[in-house]
Design a protein around this ligand. Sequence first.
Ligand SMILES: [Zn+2]
Length: 337
Amino acid sequence: MCESYYTKLEKEFPDVAKRYKQKLDIINGVDPFCLSDEMFSYNVKNFPKVTNMDIIAYLVLSKSYYTKQQMKAYKSLEAYKYFEAGFVSKCRCCKVGDYFVSAADVKHSQRMSEASLKLWIIINEDGSIECAHCTCIADAGEVCSHVGAVLFALEYIHREQETKSCTDVEATWNVPTVSKVNYERIRAINFGGIFLGSNISEIPPISQDQLSELLNKIVKGGSSSVITRVLEPWASEISQTPNVRTVANPFSNLYNEELEMLDLAELIAIGDALNVQISEEACLQIEANTKDQSSSVEWFQQRKGRITASNFKSACRTNAAKPSLPLIKNICYPPTI
Ligand SMILES: [Zn+2]
């Protein structure tokens, strides 16, 4: 037994001390106030299953040790308010013999700045409450609003656990029943569930003629297949298909995140220092590739960053010192139509 608390109790309230000792006898004289924090669990899975009926049975229907009358805890509503207001903290539980011992701190109902009250509750395995003790003076009446508040907290925790959906809890994996698994080659492992049919004994390898026929069908159907790019004669046929040579747009890779913080004058200086040159051959290639305008993919690529015929007039009319933002956006990110 935790001597200091008990000694103090014996000195100040001998009746309460006597009853305190009796209550501890239920759990072999273990004083919950003397148990270290490590002895308790804060995991709600280890908490007792206290229900509303258990609370009513204890607060209202059980008989007081002192008065031998029904402890009509008329103030139970107050207890619920304490719980609702978050007065209960450090709610923890441990098992002592066949009983749960729940301990908690509860803020003082009258003087919020004072140290929290400490209490413990002995609870049967079925969730019914055996007895409780609180360090508030009102404990002389066996039950107080602080004990009631902790009981409501325990009931809430239990209810929450019961109504949790599968997504509220950690994923679990069914523990396999096989205790030892031997190493095997994959081909020797039976994964089960693969039905091959009774009359499929062996799939014959494909002949060269059959393969040619199959690939010809694929090519004629207009589909592209990796195997036709590596097997002759299809590979040579594909490589001889005229391929349009595209020209990279030198304006599409000017963006540099590091330059974002620079002011306009600095950016203009960097722009002036840029030396973009396009060879005559590349110009002719671009011209050839973009003749079809919007029908050509490259036409969209090459418009980025360029002043084209459609925005040339706007570019000439805008204030060079403060150019129109929509125009700039139109040039840098031309609409894809
Ligand atoms: Zn109390």
